[in-house]
Design a binder for this molecule. Structure first.
Ligand code: SDX
Length: 426
């Protein structure tokens, strides 16, 4: 039986070092280099962690070559088309899909926690008008631990599951409030009669003492977008949540760090950037000029919504959203001019050598923005929508970190290129 190791030879000395191979359920084998420094006296270097597995996980599996995505073994297309976001949330948090009764109870538990402490409104008051909702949301989630300090013991599963349910339940309310406050609009409280996604749209678009028409197709479209964003293995914001979690910080602090990490335009901020970019391009005639800018190594311009660290073929979530876009064109009056520009970009990019040889395909953010705009969700709320979708994934990953025998604090090393010791001249 061949021993499952990888041998590294230092050709300067001829010394050989063996490192064990860890075998996954599915996916690439993993070389355990945790003893690499103690054995060799050298660090490994992996900018952006392109070849590094940071943890063991049973939650989400991605096959970037095949465009495959599964949450706890269920294919994303099944969950996005046959299950609700709340069912997917339960699956991520509790490792199995809920039956009818369980779902009813879970939905009620979430609804009961969807209100926020009235004192939190003073926090929102402190922000200037037009404050970006992501800034308000990150502050609001971090502040939850000051208003809900009765369940902060991260060593008690009951208490951290309570925190998990609270975060899932309160983030949509804080998200809607953050937008209402940034626009000087009256606050709309959650309606216990409404489902999770309908309630969010109601809190975002409603008006006191007046009925608003929320079409079932709008609710379903947004619910699907939440599901498509629910988790995604060890992406940058989930890595932030796990790194902060490794210091034994509680879920509110960890999710607040995930929100901040997600905000960047290379990550969850891309959906807002896609729409702003399509508006900047302005017409189908201008597309060629911007494609040339995206390909120019001396131009920092990048095609937002294109490329992905893992998907080197197609993003299965993008495929699902593209189909939804087609279904919604007439129903929700999607912006046909933006869609025409997006289609032209896609057609050119998918046949252009630059994009093909770099495996740059449309990702989830390339399609989500046009649908969100049709749902009358303001651009500055697009990353917030991503947060609402990703929160169950962040929490599930935090719980998994917590459930491990022991938490090892994340503490990478570096390739030091600074000065050797300098003699101070007195
Ligand atoms: C998300 O990780 C996840 O799972 C994230 C996510 C999730 O669900 O959590 O899927 C959500 O963040 C999706 C990605 C959203 N971001 C964007 O759409 C922003 C635009 N995309 C790029 O910034 C970029 O493609 C990344 C950040 C997504 C991926 O970056 P990588 O894997 O580090 O790739 P790279 O920057 O090393 O680029 C490789 C080459 C470079 O060219 P060369 O130096 O080889 O000549 O491809 C080029 C890059 O210049 N390139 C692009 C490009 N993306 C990469 N060129 C033009 N336009 C782009 N969008």
């Amino acid at each position: 039986m061949k021993n499952k190791t990888v041998t590294v030879t230092d050709n300067r000395t001829g010394k050989k070092y063996d490192f064990p191979i860890l075998e996954p359920t599915i996916g690439p084998d993993v070389v355990d280099i945790s003893k690499f420094y103690s054995d060799t006296g050298m660090f490994t270097f992996d900018r952006g962690f392109t070849s590094t597995a940071s943890c063991r996980s049973k939650i989400t599996y991605i096959d970037g070559g095949k465009g495959k995505l599964m949450y706890r073994g269920y294919d994303i297309a099944f969950l996005a088309t046959k299950k609700s976001f709340l069912e997917t949330t339960y699956l991520l948090l509790h490792k199995k899909l809920p039956d009818k009764e369980t779902l009813k109870d879970f939905s009620l538990e979430v609804k009961k926690r969807s209100f926020i402490h009235e004192g939190m409104k003073k926090l929102f008051d402190a922000f200037p008008d037009r404050a970006h909702p992501m800034a308000i949301l990150a502050a609001g989630v971090s502040a939850l631990s000051t208003f809900y300090f009765d369940h902060l013991d991260i060593d008690s599963p009951d208490e951290y599951m309570e925190m998990a349910t609270r975060v899932v339940a309160k983030i949509p309310t804080i998200a809607a409030l953050s937008y209402r406050y940034s626009q000087g609009l009256p606050v709309i409280y959650p309606d216990m009669e409404k489902g999770f996604t309908e309630n969010f749209l109601y809190m975002l678009r409603g008006y006191p003492h007046s009925h608003i028409e929320l079409k079932p197709i709008e609710i379903k479209a947004l619910d699907t977008i939440f599901t498509l964003h629910a988790d995604h293995e060890q992406n940058a914001s989930t890595t932030a949540v796990r790194v902060v979690g490794s210091t034994h910080a509680h879920p509110y602090a960890c999710v607040a760090s995930g929100i901040s990490a997600l905000w960047g335009r290379a990550h969850g901020g891309a959906n807002e950037s896609v729409i702003r970019q399509l508006e900047l391009i302005g017409s189908v005639e201008n597309v060629d000029k911007y494609i040339a800018k995206a390909k120019d190594p001396n131009d920092s311009f990048r095609l937002m919504g294109f490329g992905h660290r893992v998907y080197k073929n197609f993003d299965p979530r993008a495929t699902i959203l593209k189909n939804i876009q087609q279904e919604l064109v007439s129903e929700l009056n999607l912006d046909s001019s933006l869609m025409a520009i997006a289609k032209k970009i896609e057609d050119i990019a998918l046949s252009d050598e630059y994009f093909i040889e770099r495996n740059l395909y449309p990702n989830i953010d390339f399609y989500s923005g046009i649908i969100l705009q049709a749902l009358k969700i303001p651009k500055e709320m697009f990353a917030v929508i991503f947060v609402i979708g990703r929160t169950p994934g962040w929490i599930a990953q935090w719980i998994e970190l917590k459930e491990q025998d022991s938490i090892k604090i994340a503490r990478p090393r570096q390739l030091y290129l600074g000065p050797t010791e300098r003699t101070p001249k007195y």
